[in-house]
Design a protein around this ligand. Structure first.
Ligand code: UGA
Length: 434
């Protein structure tokens, strides 16, 4: 099949590359000339494990091309994916101007039937708005399909190639047939393609992310309670997770969820509910609890040292909002750095991928180490904000020599409590004994 993907952000690029991998011819379009030129010369602008290999393979086999020319991209393409940003506007609702603008541009260019697929996370009712634009600006028949993405950063290629499910919001039989053929290679194991109406599909995406954010937040509160009552959150997590109705996954407590999706989508669902005069109380609490969870590690530091941290030097391991990404959007690490600096401390950070993005925010206000060991040199304490695998089994003999004091505040529960006591550390983690 010939496919156009409008928008070469994270979702667009993963979608385009993975669709090319099963033999489709994909043209990715973007208005950013710089980005398109880079990709034309073989440079992948994002870090995502496994993507680089597929990106180069499909470019070299002429199945994946890049252009700024929308007309040439959609010419002969039967399916047009829209993977455009929907940033929150001032009051937390999703800004649809990119999507609706692109729909108008496409409507002005098409000359035969197309399936218009929306991959962006959009409020309920967006497919209707896109349909209305096509009706207004062209007489050519189109079907508009809502096809939310459930990719996780860091494992996006795997998620796309073997999705738990594909959700397709359309009532058009013609579009259903085309989209099932397109996705058939990805669900060979028998995972479902779920057809539903557009609104249900649009809401499914928000409901999924908000449910997961709620699950994490619930566990964070259980962890906070564990500390107060003297219970161990790891035991409680296993104790409840073995019940299949609850499930083992997404129960790891930490220092709050971050990233470009959960915070934005939970906000947007609350806003959408408000618009329908529905008070989505549980999600409002989730936002509130998550905001305070982001400062939990700093609260522990202050409790230990007092409010004035001047003269103290901290090492911070982990900047990215989660492992296997360079993405620092809404990352708890940013709150930690800001708080440490505002209380007079100095900070040296290390992250396998996130340092460049962090430099753009903090510049030379903090130091950037080349590796985890360099970061802890002379530190009064080590703080851990991201559970990169490389942090899980470090050489504590080396660390103990390099650090000024053996003090660790761990926001991701990386180490065994007994081991840390044996090594002579003050080790303060989340929801576990001191
Ligand atoms: C999330 C969803 O998991 C994807 O299904 C969805 O497609 C995506 O948002 C999106 O809307 O585009 P992502 O933001 O990449 O994916 O990251 P997750 O792996 O879901 O992690 C989100 C946050 O939850 C991170 O800050 C992570 O540290 C935190 N988390 C996750 C926990 O604190 N505990 C857990 O047990 C799991």
């Amino acid at each position: 099949m010939k496919i156009a993907v409008i928008g070469t952000g994270y979702v667009g690029l993963v979608t385009g590359t993975c669709l090319a991998e099963t033999g489709n011819h994909v043209t990715c379009v973007d208005i950013n000339t710089d980005k398109i030129e880079k990709m034309q010369s073989g440079i992948l602008p994002i870090y995502e494990p496994g993507l680089e290999l597929l990106f180069h393979r499909n470019i070299s086999q002429n199945r994946l091309t890049f252009t700024t020319d929308l007309a040439s991209a959609i010419d002969q393409s039967q399916i047009i994916f829209m993977a455009l940003p929907t940033p929150p506007n001032g009051d937390g609702a999703a800004d649809l101007s990119f999507i609706l603008g692109a729909a108008k541009d496409v409507a002005g260019l098409i000359t035969d039937y197309k399936v218009i697929v929306n991959k962006s996370t959009v409020p309920v009712g967006t497919a209707e708005k896109v349909k209305a634009i096509f009706k207004q600006y062209t007489h050519i028949e189109v079907d508009v399909v809502s096809n939310p993405e459930f990719l996780r950063e860091g494992v996006a290629v795997e998620d796309f190639m073997k999705p738990d499910r594909v959700v397709l919001g359309t009532v058009s039989e013609r579009a259903k047939k085309i989209m099932s053929d397109l996705y058939a290679p990805y669900v060979r194991q028998g995972n479902p393609i779920l057809f539903m109406d557009e609104k249900s599909s649009e809401l499914t995406k928000y409901a999924a992310n908000s449910f997961l954010a709620t699950k994490i937040t619930f566990m964070n509160e259980i962890a906070n309670l564990c500390e107060l009552v003297g219970a161990d959150v790891d035991s409680v997590r296993k104790g409840i997770g073995s019940d299949e109705r609850i499930g083992k996954r997404f129960l790891f407590p930490g220092i709050g969820y971050g990233g470009s999706c959960f915070p934005k989508d939970v906000q947007a669902l609350v806003k959408a509910s408000d618009d329908y005069a529905y008070d989505f109380k549980i999600l409002k609490s989730v936002i509130e609890v998550n905001d305070s969870q982001k400062t939990v590690l700093i609260d522990k530091v202050i409790k230990y040292y007092g409010d004035d941290l001047s003269g103290k030097h901290f090492a911070l391991w982990g900047l990215a909002f989660k492992p296997e990404t360079d993405d620092i959007r809404e990352a708890p690490s940013l709150y930690i750095i800001k708080a440490l600096l505002s209380k007079g401390a100095t900070v040296t950070v290390f992250d396998p991928e996130g340092s460049e993005n962090t430099k753009a925010i903090f510049g030379d206000k903090i130091s950037y180490a080349a590796n985890a060991y360099e970061a802890v040199k002379g530190a009064d304490a080590l703080l851990i904000a991201t559970e990169w695998s490389v942090f899980r089994n470090p050489d504590f003999d080396q660390i103990s020599v390099l650090m000024k004091e053996r003090v660790i505040f761990d926001g991701r529960n990386l180490f065994n409590l007994d081991k840390m006591i044996d090594l002579g550390y003050y080790y303060n983690s989340i929801g576990r004994h001191l």
